[in-house]
Structure formats: C-alpha cells, structure tokens
Write a protein that binds this ligand. Sequence first.
Ligand code: GSH
Length: 206
Amino acid sequence: MPHYKLTYFPIRGAGEGSRQIFALAGQEFEDNRVPREQWLTLKPTAPFGQMPYLEFDGKKLAQSYAINRYLARQFGFAGKSAFEEALVDSLADHLKDHMSECRPYFVVFAGFGEGDVDKLRRETLAPAVTKNYAFFTKFLKENGSGFLVGSSVTWVDLLVAQHTADLLKNSPEVLDAFPEVKAHQQKIHSIPNIKKWLETRPETPF
Ligand code: GSH
C-alpha cells in the first residue's frame, strides 16, 4: 500500500469525506492539517491552488470529490456496478448543489461573514433542507437497504450522514420531517470503523 498524505485545513469541511473513507477502509493515512498561516507557502504547490489534495506514490490529486471517488474505488465503496457508481455520483453532486444553496447561511454560521444567522437559518437553510432532504428520503425509501445506493455503504452515505449529523447538532428542527435520513445517519455512524473515527478525530466546530 502507498503512503497516503491528505492535506487540508484543520477543519472537517471538504477534507472530511476522504478522511472517513480511509477510516472506513481501516487504511492508515497521514492526516496533514495545515493552519491558515502556513497555507500561503503551500498554495503554489497545490494542483489548483486549493486544498484538499492527496499525495501518494509521487502523485498529487486535488478536488475533494475526485479524491473521494478515487479512494472509494480503491477500497470498494464506490458502488458495485457502473450504474451504482453513477447513482452515487449523482447523489454527491446533488449534495454539492444543496451545500451551494445553503452557502449564505454557512458563511455567517462559520463566522466568515456578517448577517442574521437565525434569519438565514429560517430563510435559506430550512427551505434548502426541506427540498433536498425529500430527495434523499426518496432514494432511501426506494432503495430499501438503509443505504442510499445498493446494499452496502458508499462514499456518498458518509457525506450525507456527516451533513445530517452537523444539522442535528446545530439546527435539529430543520430535520423534523425526515426520520428516514436521521435513521440513515445513525446507521452509518454506527459502522464500527466510522464510530471509532468519530470518537477519536480532532474536535472542530465545522
Ligand atoms: N472544488 C474544490 C474541492 O471540492 O476540493 C474546492 C476546494 C476549496 O474551495 N478549498 C478551499 C481552499 O483551499 C477550502 S474548503 N481555500 C484556500 C484558498 O483558496 O486559498
């Protein structure tokens, strides 16, 4: 196995999906958490001038979803057929669209911008969750296995479950109408390797 080194800010953010894929696989990796002050010296060496990026075997790979997809394929969490892989990708892209819709709320919530966080929660976050978690619920109900796609865990389960857990911590009321997605979060976060990761990872606000 190569030595994997994942470089990202010391937050969950766009790096956490890859960290959880490593954890799920039971694969050792170097969790290189770079503070903002050190980032500017590294920035010119990053493939697209941004983090996260993954280094292994003298190669560098950037873009969080490309990294997630690559690792998931390596370790067997990408889907069991070409169509399952495509379904997983479609859900991941939809989660990304959902995150873009919520962005005005997250910017203020994380302290990167000024605004009325409660108003943004009501007027931006809640409608986005209501719309998009209905789609995740539909996939869970139609699939019937408790996973979003197929009969076993894939990388998109990790991403959706983490977002659900974040919502449950900070804005639980937006999930009142979504018991299936709450059950999904519990199922994914009870997988022993993921449970262990959640208990031992560095504690960060987001
Ligand atoms: N589409 C990229 C991905 O998913 O990896 C977005 C990467 C991105 O926005 N990275 C941010 C970053 O590196 C942190 S989340 N910011 C510092 C900078 O641009 O200098």
